[in-house]
Write a new protein. Structure first.
Length: 623
């Protein structure tokens, strides 16, 4: 249960396991575990309240995890590779070297993700949930594959308009069917978001071999519960999608007709960009305006509109991306400021040597905080039992559940910060030899790099995206020059900027979980990450994958011209009814910039994560 609580008591517990009898899975669970399983052991103390950690109930060895087999790993990998091959439905003259690179890159991503997930996951959780772990790996690979699809699309079209037209010379093109590729991978993302991951989360939370209310919930019961919840999700999703597609599924593309006599045409070679539907290029030069398009004898008609009914698959892409934009604007905007700040702060606040008196003082403070939180956990448990013993109206239950969720999130944040402070104290007191002194400097280097990336993104948005006409193409110029020197440089550069946005989303999500108690805290820790935390974070990463691709396509419009995804997102999706008001006016981009600025201002004043007052939280729990 991602909302579960675990109080590990160092002595006198004898492995006793108690769980709340409420059916609401979002309620807190107070669990006692023997000393060897406690998350925090304060050295040199013998009191029962000295050890405490925030953990998921499934984390405890006495608790059981879903008995999910491992045989599906190969099948899921095979299905992923088949999806890639199907997406690459190619015609004659395909660049098989480019196709082979795609398969190799997908395999590399799969192997790297497998290694990272295995290393970061909790060993006990990992061993019992291999199928869910494989789902996490596949989801990460799909999200990363979507990000790498943009430079692939550029390489496939070779920066030539001929590749986008049957009448053109396609001898220098990759000839991969990128439309099938994008539709396949976007629908796969949609299936993972709407079906696979929600079912996994529902199943993981519903599975329980402890008797609750006289009934035993096992694998079948958990799956039945998960499918019931999923049926509601699917019904709501497809009902909304169908109604919106029926009434709002038309793309209203603005057009501007230019007419000129061939004898008066001064521009010798022109290429229209399909990425915006309105820009005119001369070779590889800057985009031309309507006034500059024809130097003489050219007349322009009034602005018109071309209505095109989009396919249902395209509308699924648009709807998923539109929903994901809210998540991306919120967490991405916060993350663009948080990533460099937190990485540099990790260097500034690195563990340092303490003298004996300071160590004793910090230890006493940790013990005091631990005792207070153990008492707070008991209050939460007692208050929960008293509430469940009485009947309440739906309105009262809803209000109580919302307030309780906030209190639980505060408690989890307090325990998480206590664990971090204990780790710092433990390193300074006795585990200095186990600490790598180079890690703070690695964090500093990454912080400086991330600060540079955030500044470059800020300049790109201001100079190229928000100002019309653009002041400068900025990063587009560098990417195109990199492609001319060596194509791999351009691919790696775009991949770096794109993946950095996903990192910002993850950091922003975690920072809001620590500072804003309406969002549940799901930390990603090396060797300690639970499966439900992985699923929670991967769900947001998948939701942000399509917005990141659309964001990069718009920001790197000149680099991504003539691409299939540019035509799909920059024309059909951009000018869809209702959605166009968000995309044409750059609403989400302004939100990102505003949140980035507000986050920087907030962190400059409140730089350190501080737990709320225990006394205030106790008073709220006892009301």
């Amino acid at each position: 249960d991602p909302h579960g609580l675990c109080l590990s008591c160092a002595a006198g517990a004898h492995g006793r396991d108690t769980r709340s009898a409420g059916a609401d899975r979002e309620e807190a669970v107070v669990r006692w575990a023997p000393q060897e399983r406690s998350g925090i052991i304060l050295a040199g103390s013998n009191t029962a309240e000295e050890a405490m950690a925030l953990r998921d109930p499934q984390r405890n060895e006495t608790a059981s995890s879903p008995p999910i087999g491992r045989r599906s790993a190969g099948g899921m990998l095979l299905a992923l590779m088949i999806a890639v091959v199907v997406a690459l439905a190619v015609g004659a003259g395909v660049d098989w070297f480019l196709a082979a690179i795609i398969v190799v890159v997908m395999l590399i991503l799969f192997v790297v993700n497998t290694y990272l997930v295995v290393k970061w996951s909790d060993p006990r959780d990992r061993a019992a949930t291999a199928r869910l772990t494989m789902l996490i790996i596949v989801s990460l690979t799909v999200a990363q594959g979507a990000i790498l699809g943009l430079p692939l699309d550029v390489a496939n079209n070779s920066n030539s308009i001929d590749c986008s037209n049957e009448w053109g010379d396609t001898s220098e093109c990759g000839n991969l069917n990128m439309l099938v590729f994008w539709q396949s991978i976007m629908i796969l993302i949609f299936v993972l978001i709407v079906f696979a991951i929600p079912v996994a989360i529902f199943f993981y939370e519903a599975y329980d071999e402890v008797e609750i209310g006289g009934k035993r919930t096992g694998t079948r019961g958990a799956m039945a519960t998960a499918l019931c919840y999923e049926f509601v999700v699917l019904a709501a999703t497809f009902t909304t999608l169908s109604l919106m597609w029926a009434f709002l599924g038309t793309s209203q593309i603005p057009v501007n007709d230019l007419s000129v006599s061939l004898s008066d045409l001064s521009v010798q070679s022109t290429n229209f960009s399909t990425s915006t539907g309105r820009q005119l290029f001369v070779g590889n030069s800057q985009p031309l305006t309507d006034d500059d398009a024809c130097l003489s004898g050219c007349t322009s008609s009034d602005d018109g509109q071309l209505d095109i009914k989009t396919s249902f698959a395209t509308y699924i892409l648009a709807f998923t991306g539109w929903v994901g934009w809210f998540i991306f604007a919120l967490f991405g905007g916060v993350g663009l400021a948080v990533v460099p700040f937190d990485l540099i702060a990790a260097f500034v606040r690195r563990p340092r040597l303490m003298d004996a008196s300071e160590l004793a003082r910090v230890k006493q403070d940790l013990q005091q905080r631990t005792k207070h939180l153990v008492g707070l956990g008991e209050d939460i448990k007692k208050e929960r039992q008293e509430w469940n013993s009485r009947k309440h109206s739906w309105r009262e239950s809803t209000k109580k559940r919302n307030a309780d969720r906030t209190n639980v999130n505060k408690f989890k944040q307090m325990v998480y910060l206590l664990e971090k402070d204990f780790e710092t104290w433990n390193i300074s007191s006795k585990n200095v030899l186990d600490y790598n002194p180079l890690m703070p400097y690695v964090s500093l280097a990454l912080g400086i790099l991330s600060a540079i990336l955030s500044i470059l993104w800020l300049l790109q948005l201001i100079l190229y995206v928000l100002i019309d006409p653009p002041v400068s193409q900025f990063l587009n110029v560098f990417f195109m020059q990199f492609d001319q020197w060596f194509p791999l440089f351009g691919v790696l550069s775009v991949a770096l900027f794109s993946f950095y946005l996903l990192v910002c989303v993850t950091f922003g999500l975690f920072k809001l979980g620590v500072r804003c108690f309406c969002i549940s805290l799901h930390p990603m820790e090396y060797g300690k990450t639970l499966v439900n935390s992985f699923l929670f974070n991967v769900l947001w990463i998948l939701l942000c994958a399509i917005p990141v691709v659309q964001f990069c396509t718009q920001a790197f419009d000149s680099y991504a011209r003539y691409t299939t995804i540019g035509s799909l997102l920059g024309v059909q999706v951009r000018y869809l009814k209702f959605f166009r008001y968000f995309f044409e006016d750059n609403v989400f981009i302004y939100i990102i910039l505003v949140l980035m600025g507000l986050t920087l201002a907030y962190l400059s004043v409140y730089s350190k994560d501080k737990p709320p007052s225990v006394l205030d939280l106790k008073s709220k729990v006892r009301r």
